[in-house]
Write a protein that binds this ligand. Structure first.
Ligand code: ZN
Length: 318
């Protein structure tokens, strides 16, 4: 098996480390992500999410914790702030950190916090985390909850334009369907769905319909496939015996629909229940093997593993 460097579109490791009382640089039996297991999975960079970003306190606390994590030499991490940092990280044998916030309800509407965090290294954010905030409405997980039909608000439109201007990636995972379409109407740059799946296979609200995937492709964007059992399965169940090959079924679906340039991995490791067979971030090796078994070309495996995310970085950050 050839080795492919992985860029993973979503991990909640920052959130799970203190919850599970474990250290990033030490291999653990708990959780999904730590440095030794990242090395075994051949992961070169991940989107490290600050969660939750619902208010200013959580945004600032998350940013401080992430900066602390990255500056600890034992963790062998490096912020990826521009495209050439990917190469620099590889040369210095560091794991790349893409600073991401999941839901920016904690941002002010004059964007002081956004601009400040950009200077610290923020390069990507999702507008909401399933809930709703001043900038827009999320997908909501709660059955029977009153539907927020606002979509993206006037403040949210300003936020997207400010992100475009600053060169920060806008992420539509966790948005309501109306918000998704509103973002596409406003943005001048490619966007991502960092950790979602295909609704044609699994009818979960967190997944994207074929129409959405086609529009995402037209925008030049991409989707990172989420490893959550509930988003992979036809019945949206949480059973951990979900076959790991379901992840590749979702990749197949996107590739058949819009080609190989608009899909990658967005594991959601340390933020969700994944198939037992995947276990943790070392499971990327199995996924690459399955792509090879399904006769994907080397070029396409490169795109899925990291090339498509790299294209977005180049386009949005330059
Ligand atoms: Zn999430």
């Amino acid at each position: 098996m050839k080795k492919y460097a992985i860029i993973d579109g979503h991990t909640d490791v920052l959130y799970s480390l203190p919850m599970q009382q474990r250290k990033f640089h030490q291999e653990s039996e708990r959780g999904h992500v730590d440095l030794p297991r990242i090395r075994k999975g051949n992961v070169s960079a991940m989107f490290f999410a600050i969660y939750p970003g619902i208010n200013q306190y959580f945004v600032l606390k998350g940013a401080r914790n992430l900066v602390d994590l990255v500056k600890e030499p034992k963790n062998e991490l490096m912020f990826i702030k521009k495209f050439s940092d990917l190469e620099k990280a590889e040369k210095e044998n560091k794991v790349g950190v893409i600073f991401h916030i999941e839901g920016v309800g904690g941002f002010d509407t004059e964007f002081h916090i956004l601009n400040l965090l950009y200077h610290l290294g923020l390069r990507s954010f999702g507008i909401t985390w399933s809930n709703s905030n001043i900038f827009g409405s999320g997908s909501s997980f709660t059955p029977g909850a009153p539907k927020d039909t606002r979509g993206i608000t006037a403040e949210g439109r300003e936020l997207i334009l400010e992100a475009n201007k600053l060169r920060v990636i806008v992420d539509v995972s966790h948005l309501s369907d109306k918000s998704f379409w509103d973002v596409l109407e406003v943005t001048k740059k490619p966007i991502i769905a960092s950790h979602s799946c295909c609704r044609a296979i699994s009818p979960h609200v967190r997944n994207l319909t074929d129409e959405m995937l086609k529009a995402l492709a037209e925008n030049g964007g991409m989707m990172g496939i989420n490893f959550a059992n509930a988003f992979l399965r036809e019945d949206c169940g949480r059973e951990v015996d979900t076959p790991y090959t379901k992840i590749i079924d979702h990749i197949d679906h996107v590739v058949n629909l819009v080609g190989p340039d608009h899909v990658g991995f967005g594991s959601d490791f340390d933020g969700t229940g994944v198939p037992d067979e995947i276990k943790d971030v070392t499971g990327f090796n199995k996924l690459v093997k399955e792509l090879e078994r399904r006769k994907y070309s080397e070029e396409d495996i490169n795109k899925i593993c990291h090339g498509n995310f790299q294209r977005i970085f180049k386009k949005v950050w330059k």
